[in-house]
Every structure is written in structure tokens, then in C-alpha cells.
Design a binder for this molecule. Sequence first.
Ligand code: AKG
Length: 295
Amino acid sequence: MTATLNKVSVRPVAGHIGADISGIDISRPLDAATLDLVKNALNEYKVVFFRNQELDHASQIAFGRQFGELTYAHPHDDAPPGGFPEIFTIDPRRYEERYGADFTKQVRRRQYSYFSGWHTDVTAAVNPPSGSILRAETVPERGGDTTWTNLVAAYEGLSAPVKSFVDGLRAEHRYGGATGTGSDAYAKRVNDNLLVAVHPVVRVHPETGEKALFVNPGFTSHVVDVSPRESKAVLDLLYAEITRPEYTVRFRWEPGSVAFWDNRATAHLAPRDLDHLDVERRLHRVTLIGDVPVG
Ligand code: AKG
């Protein structure tokens, strides 16, 4: 049976970003109207949330494929064993075996890697993902929320002179050169898969035509064709803008929660409040292949 439109509701949850979608069982194929509703909600609210879903790896992959082709797990991480190469599992504990206890501790402390602060997924790729779908399997009793910010609202909030200044800029995004990760094996993996790309600082969204500030502290190394001093000043300004609290939404996970974000119009922040607690938190992501960003 497919999910039908008449029971579905979309409820915005914050001033600039985020909506809850209820009344859909996303473990089943969506009919055309429901698929359009989810796509339109994503274009409007940039991240949408589903609750109480009963997904496994196969049905999460099938849900994702209705929106486009999926990437393999992650450029710097394999899928967990089990034959689902598209699944990227977020759980610091699973690094222990491969990279050692020190590395796991560092991941926990968010000192390094995918979890280290505000980022848009894998923007160091020539064609960064267009979207990501993250499902919670195990979450701690307290803490562990994720926050997203609206990069379109951040661009629109700039004054006209600053908009026209940043409109023509381009920035390099880089993923690699890992040192001090607590694991030589991990450093090698990252360096062997170095990703570097130059993208417009202001990206035009291919579906909405909106402009978004497409820079993030996770991957953007510098603004090109300007001095290092100028690059730092520009990025400091833009990072302060994209992380303004008014552009954000914070999501409390429960087992069965799913967040689906538009990676062309958002950045997100993994939780920072669990670093000192030995709690279990396990989520699974599938990631949609994206286009080359256009300014
Ligand atoms: C990502 O999937 O890119 C994340 O940053 C994970 C967010 C989280 O762990 O809440």
C-alpha cells in the first residue's frame, strides 16, 4: 500500500526552517502526490522531520531512492557489515575496533571528523550531496539533539552591498590532510581519499532558484583569489551569519525519528553535549548524489 495524501500534514516548527510531516508511513512507497508534497515541503522548510517510523536499512534506502540516486556510505567511511553499502552509520563506538580507543575518544569529544561542528555534508566533493536522510535507532535519554540552519535565510539577511560583494566570490572546500586524529590508519584513509573542490560562495538552488550562502566551517578552507587575511575576515563574517540562532531549528531525536535535509540550503551541527557521557547513540544516514553547485 502506498502512503496517501489526504492524511498527511506539514507543520512548520520554527521561524525560518524545519517542518514536521505526519500521517505518512515512509517505510512504504509514496504515491506521486505524497512524493511531491515531501519535495515541496523540503524546498520550503529545508529540513523535514518524521516521527515513529519503522525503517530498517532496506526501507530507508528504498525511501531515499524515491528522491534520487544514493551515494555509497561516506568518502571516508564504509557501511557497517550486512550488505547495505549506502548506509553510513553514526556511532562513535563502532570506530573503536578499527581505529582504536583514542580515536573514539576524540570523536566523542568532537575534536575531529564528520562530527566536528557546523558543516554541510561533503562539500569538498565536486558534486556535494543534494540531501541526507538520517534515522535514529538508539538515542540517549537526554541530550544528543541536532541543529540545522537555513543558508537561504542567512543570505537573504545580508544587506544589499554585502550580498553583491559575496555574490561573485568562490571558495575552496577540502576534506583531508588529517593530522592528530589519534589514529594513523584513519589519517591514511582520509589522506588517500583527499577531496578538494572550488564552489561559488553564493549558490543558486537548482529547484527553487533561491540563493544560499554555501560555505561552512567543516569543509571550506579559504576564499580563492583573495589574501589569507581577507579570506579569514570574509569567512568569519559569513560563519557568524549562517549560525545566527534565528535561522536555526533544534531537533530532539527519539528511536524511529527521521530527519531529511536539503544539503544545498542548510548546514547542521551534531550534538556537543554528550562528549563527557558514555551513552549509546546510533543513527543511520543515506545520502543523495547532488549536482555541481552553480552561482
Ligand atoms: C551528519 O550526518 O553529517 C551529521 O553531522 C550527524 C548529525 C548527528 O549526529 O546528529
